[in-house]
Design a protein around this ligand. Structure first.
Ligand code: PCA
Length: 210
């Protein structure tokens, strides 16, 4: 049975919740029987994220799905590219530094994101493939997972789902922000897990040229 590491993030900046964690909690009420899923909640802190990824990825999962919150996004963004830059939560928080001084500029997900986005839209969930995940911790998770998989010759394939706010996050502040209810966000993840349960697993490791 394929194995999946499914991660979400803690709240960060001024947020008291993170839609990725709310989604994972909703999903965890009824996890699908296949694939075999391991869940994690990561802090939004780069040193700790590196340590946690390094430990967790040693299990050589078939797939890693990172969930993260993208305030302002109106749908589920399937992030195709992790870039070798670390900046702040917002673009104006100073110059971005390399995540890995000797690392490639970018990694591209080897998972069928276009197919997934189509499947989500057919299910009535707004979704698109995105080619810029920002320069904060979600991008770092995507980039570093590819980097570690390459360095440790893992079979792991990885994608990052950037989720809109969960609707409850917009009811007592953040008015007029786009959001989706947690049931729909969890359904989006469940549909992708269904795809992974049937996706041919692949033992090839390494970098795919961007
Ligand atoms: N979103 C931030 C970091 C953690 C999260 O959930 C991001 O988009 O990078």
């Amino acid at each position: 049975m394929p194995t999946v590491l499914l991660t979400a993030f803690e709240p960060y900046d001024s947020w008291t919740e993170n839609s990725s964690w709310l989604t994972l909690m909703e999903l965890a009420q009824q996890l699908p029987a296949t694939p075999r899923i391991t869940t994690r909640r990561y802090p939004v802190e780069i040193g700790e994220l590196r340590r946690r990824l390094s430990t967790d990825l040693a299990a050589n999962y078939d797939y890693v799905l990172h969930l993260g919150q993208a305030p302002g996004s109106a749908g589920v963004q399937l992030e195709a590219i992790g870039i070798n830059l670390l900046g702040g939560a917002t673009a104006w928080q100073g110059e971005a530094e390399p995540l890995e001084v000797d690392g490639p500029l970018a990694y591209r997900s080897r998972l069928p994101l276009v197919t997934w986005a189509t499947k989500l839209r057919q299910a009535g969930i707004p979704s698109c493939v995105s080619y810029h995940a920002g320069t904060y911790l979600c991008n770092a998770a995507l980039y570093l997972t590819h980097r570690l998989a390459e360095q440790q010759q893992l079979k792991t394939r990885c994608a990052l789902l950037h989720l809109p706010l969960e609707t409850s996050q917009t009811l007592h502040g953040n008015p007029n922000q786009p959001s989706l209810p947690r049931a729909q966000l969890a359904r989006a993840v469940r549909l992708i897990l269904e795809e992974l349960a049937t996706e041919p697993t692949n033992s090839a490791a390494g970098e795919v040229p961007a």
